[in-house]
Design a protein around this ligand. Structure first.
Ligand code: 2P0
Length: 328
C-alpha cells in the first residue's frame, strides 16, 4: 500500500506441532531459538486473522474470538510491519481460532503466522517466504513454522540479528500423508504461557545444557527418517523429543508440569495401541493435550481408543495441512 491508501487483508494459517521441539531462546527480544525444530502443520486447526489499517485511529485494537484483548503485544509486532512499510497507521485486528485458544494447541503459532501474512499484505508489503518467517518468529517462535505446510524445519541460526533463524518447508502434506488425533483433556487456557515457561532457562534448569547439546543430533536423525519415510523412527524420535521437553520443563525452577491424569492415561493408551501392533506415537506441547500421530489407515482405531480414555473430553483428527494463504 502507498502511505495514502488504507487496506485490509484476511489470512489463514494452520497450527503446527513440533516433532523435534523448540524450547528456550538464545535472544529474548528477537525470539531467537536456542535449538532448531521440525514440525508438521495441521489441516484441522487454524486461525483466520483480518488486519485493517486506519489513518485516523489513535491505537491498535485487537479482538480474538470476538473478545477485546490487550493490544500491547500485538502493537510491538505491528510496529515491525509499520516500520518496514513506512506507515504509522494504527490497525484493527480481528482473529478467530477454530479451536481452544492458549491451551497447548499452538494458537500463538497459527495466530501470529496469520497476523504476519495479513498485516504485511494490508500494509502493501509482499515479503518472500524467508522474510515472512523471520517476521512471524518475532511474534512467536513457533509461528515461523506455521507459514508452511506439511513437514517444516525451523533453523536455529547463529547470527545475532536473526537473519538466519527462519523456517522452510521440507515435504508437502501430499508427499507423506499422516494423521494426527488430538485428545483434549482440558479446555482452559494454561496458567504458564510458553514464553514465561522457557525464559531464562539456562539459569533455571540443570538439564538445559544437555537439551541444547543434543538438539542437532535429534534434528539430523529426524531429517533422515523423514526423507526415508521411516514412520517408526520418526514416531520414536518425536515421542523422545516430547519426553525430553517435559523432563526439561519439570526440571525448571519452579518445576513446570503441564500434564494432568488424563494426559498420562492418553500417553499410556498410545503405548498400549503400539504393543497391539498399531503404529502410533504421541507428542505433547506446552499444555495437557495429547497428539497421536499415525498413518491414515489407523486413524479411526486411534481416535476410538483415545476417546475412551477416562478424562479425555474430546478428540479432533487432522491430516497434514497447507501453507498459510490470503483469504481476501
Ligand atoms: C514447539 N512449543 O516447538 C514448542 C514445544 C511448545 C512446546 O513453540 O515465546 O508460543 O512465542 O517463541 O512459539 C511454544 O512456544 O513461544 C512452542 P514464543 P511459542 O512447538
Amino acid at each position: 500500500m502507498s502511505a495514502r491508501s488504507t487496506h485490509s487483508c484476511t489470512a489463514r494459517a494452520h497450527s503446527n506441532i513440533a516433532l523435534i521441539k523448540y524450547w528456550g531462546k538464545r535472544d529474548d527480544r528477537l525470539k531467537l531459538p536456542a535449538v532448531g525444530s521440525i514440525s508438521i502443520t495441521l489441516d484441522a486447526l487454524y486461525s483466520d486473522t483480518r488486519v485493517s489499517f486506519f489513518p485516523g485511529a489513535a491505537q491498535d485494537s485487537v479482538d480474538i474470538g470476538g473478545r477485546k484483548t490487550d493490544p500491547a503485544p500485538f502493537t510491538a509486532f505491528l510496529d515491525l510491519v509499520r516500520a518496514r512499510a513506512g506507515i504509522d497507521y494504527r490497525a484493527r485486528v480481528e482473529s478467530w481460532n477454530n479451536f481452544p485458544t492458549g491451551a497447548g494447541l499452538a494458537s500463538s503459532a497459527s495466530g501470529f503466522a496469520a497476523l504476519a501474512l495479513a498485516a504485511t499484505r494490508a500494509a502493501g508489503l509482499d515479503l518472500d517466504a524467508r522474510e515472512l518467517s523471520i517476521l512471524a518468529r518475532q511474534g512467536s517462535g513457533s509461528a515461523a513454522r506455521s507459514l508452511f505446510g506439511g513437514f517444516v524445519e525451523m533453523h536455529r541460526g547463529t547470527r545475532d540479528d536473526g537473519s538466519d533463524a527462519f523456517a522452510e518447508p521440507m515435504l508437502d502434506a501430499a508427499e507423506w500423508p499422516l494423521d494426527i488425533v488430538v485428545a483434549i483433556t482440558d479446555r482452559a487456557p494454561k496458567t504458564v504461557n510458553s514464553s514465561t515457561g522457557m525464559s531464562g532457562l539456562a539459569d533455571r534448569s540443570d538439564y538445559y545444557n544437555a537439551w541444547v547439546s543434543h538438539a542437532d543430533g535429534d534434528l539430523d536423525a529426524m531429517r533422515e527418517s523423514i526423507a526415508a519415510r521411516d514412520f517408526e523412527t520418526v514416531g520414536a524420535l518425536a515421542e523422545m523429543s516430547c519426553l525430553k521437553l517435559h523432563g526439561l520443563m519439570m526440571s525448571t525452577r519452579p518445576g513446570l508440569i503441564y500434564w494432568n491424569p488424563a494426559t498420562v492415561a492418553a500417553m499410556q493408551a498410545v503405548r498400549a495401541l503400539r504393543s497391539d501392533g498399531v503404529p502410533v506415537y504421541f507428542t505433547i506441547d506446552a499444555g495437557p493435550q495429547v497428539k497421536a500421530i499415525c498413518p491414515p489407515e489407523h486413524t479411526a482405531t486411534v481416535e476410538q481408543a483415545l476417546a475412551g480414555v477416562p478424562g479425555v473430553l474430546d478428540t479432533r483428527r487432522s491430516a497434514l495441512g497447507p501453507a498459510a494463504y490470503v483469504l481476501d
